[in-house]
Design a protein around this ligand. Sequence first.
Ligand code: ASP
Length: 422
Amino acid sequence: MKDQQSTLRETMKRQGLTRDAFAEHLGVSRRALDSWLLPATSGEFRRMPGVVAKLVGGMPAGTEPRAAGELRLRFTRKGKPHLLSVDQFDRDTVEELLQVAEAMEPIARRRKVTRVLEGAVLANLFFEPSTRTRVSFGAAFCRLGGSVCDTTGFTFSSMVKGESIADTSRVVSGYVDAIVVRHPDKGSVAEFARHTHLPVINGGDGTGEHPTQALLDLYTIRREFERLGKTIDGATVAMVGDLRHGRTVHSLIRLLSLFKRINFRLVAPRSLEMPPELVEAAKAAGHKVVQVATLAEGLRDVDVLYATRIQKERMSGEALEAYPADFRIDRRVLGSLCRPDTVVMHPLPRDGTPGANDLSTDLDADPRLAIFRQTDNGIPVRMAIFAVLLGVEHLVARDLRDAPWIAPARLGPGDAPFHRLA
Ligand code: ASP
């Protein structure tokens, strides 16, 4: 069997990572990595923990880096570099995109700086409310060295004067290099994309899809599972709440269906169930799908609990009143139904008003709650999307400098130092 030092060296070489970048990638300190690379006879030598060995063992073996732009060609359609739906991916392309996201971690963690998109401009067009998606798309573009122009709401755009999506799309294309669009109508972002050759990314189209959220959700599940020694194939994933209107779960069920033998538990009140065509598609892809209407029936022994907000803005008062009061996910629910290693996620925002039927703040100190690791993951994943769509992903590793400013080791009061393992 190969010794630990050779395994680590070969993996680093294969991935084209420096020691610093490799330590970042593994979520360990540079000192820990150095100690694992020392000769076994050295007094400072340490054995790497089992969980890290597993992570290293699971890193892709591909020795040949793919040609620049090749991944983009494989998941975009008709020669247009758009990201509109998770249906564009197969398992290989999604795994490769997530690898590009991993390579962005040192930048996302403020250790490194790159300027590969210097001079490029992003239009961030949000015709529906947004905090996370809008800011993280903008920050991701800036962290690659680009600049961002934002518009928010219809009120401040010419659409309020009756301008069509087609005209808006063509006009904005003359100003920028990539476009993110969020719009309240299903299919509207695809319509926007039909009128431009620039990369268009769907930032959420009504009740349709939210593909980049699903990609960062998948990235989060993968990272959490690596830490817990689990695989996505064979996992039990509960999606809870307003599954009818929630576009994040519409994208996530499709994306997870690229994996094998998933046990989906869809927990929703009768009027807010997952659209039947998505349930049928998951079943046709060989997964088990159980639809239930109470937390007690759906949450026992799940690997992932993905809670969602009731999408009030997409419902009439009547439907809202029918929403049952017992969909609150709190300490009591987790304590009685879930496991010590259940990963708790939510696309956010959650309704934080006392007594709200959503993910409770009484879980905030519970390490199973992955919601802020999930939001943090929006940066490397969205950086990867831009880098791939604009054809610069192969340049990033060669264009890294140390970040000169002082960044905090932990982001929030309850965080481990940047999600480290050791
Ligand atoms: N932020 C997510 C979305 O835009 C989830 C939500 O709003 O509930 O779809």
